[in-house]
Design a protein around this ligand. Structure first.
Ligand code: HEM
Length: 127
């Protein structure tokens, strides 16, 4: 399979995943019942599975791996932070006052991942 096409797929999934997170987060902050909308419940799982599968395929194709190469280790750890913070931001048991800080922190971690992806460096090339 063409490397570039899979990279486009990966980046498309990133855009869709973050957009859907922002949409769900905004609806949650506005106290809208988004969980009743099937598309918003199912689509993120499908997209995130594709995002991770394409990520692993790309890493395998360029022979660079998390916990071997620093920038991919940073991506995986920040991805974990994004998932955990995102779960808190959208979680049913999160108090209204905590939602926004978790939401912003999740967006900061995904922003960090994009920086790492573009520079291939955990410090964005500053160190
Ligand atoms: C939410 C999580 C993620 C985001 C936002 C993200 C973002 C990106 C972006 C924007 C690119 C394109 C960079 C470019 O134009 O050169 C990219 C490429 C790539 N990503 Fe991710 N990624 C994520 C998760 C992962 C994970 C977990 C891995 C590792 C297993 C990974 C491995 C790769 C690889 C190998 C490339 C190709 C690098 C290249 O061809 O130079 N990504 N990612």
């Amino acid at each position: 399979m063409d490397y570039l096409w899979v990279k486009y797929l990966h980046v498309t999934c990133v855009v869709l995943s973050v957009s859907l997170f922002v949409l769900r987060g905004t609806l949650e902050l506005m106290a809208q019942p988004w969980r009743q909308w099937r598309l918003l419940k199912v689509a993120p799982h499908v997209i995130d599975t594709l995002l991770l599968t394409s990520a692993l395929w790309l890493a395998w194709r360029i022979g660079q791996y998390p916990f071997v190469h620093g920038w991919l280790t940073a991506k995986v750890l920040a991805l974990l932070a994004y998932i955990l913070l995102g779960m808190r931001a959208l979680g049913k048991n999160t108090s209204p006052g905590q939602r926004l800080p978790y939401f912003v922190a999740a967006l900061l971690s995904v922003g960090y991942i994009v920086g790492v992806a573009l520079t291939h460096s955990p410090s964005w090339g500053f160190l």
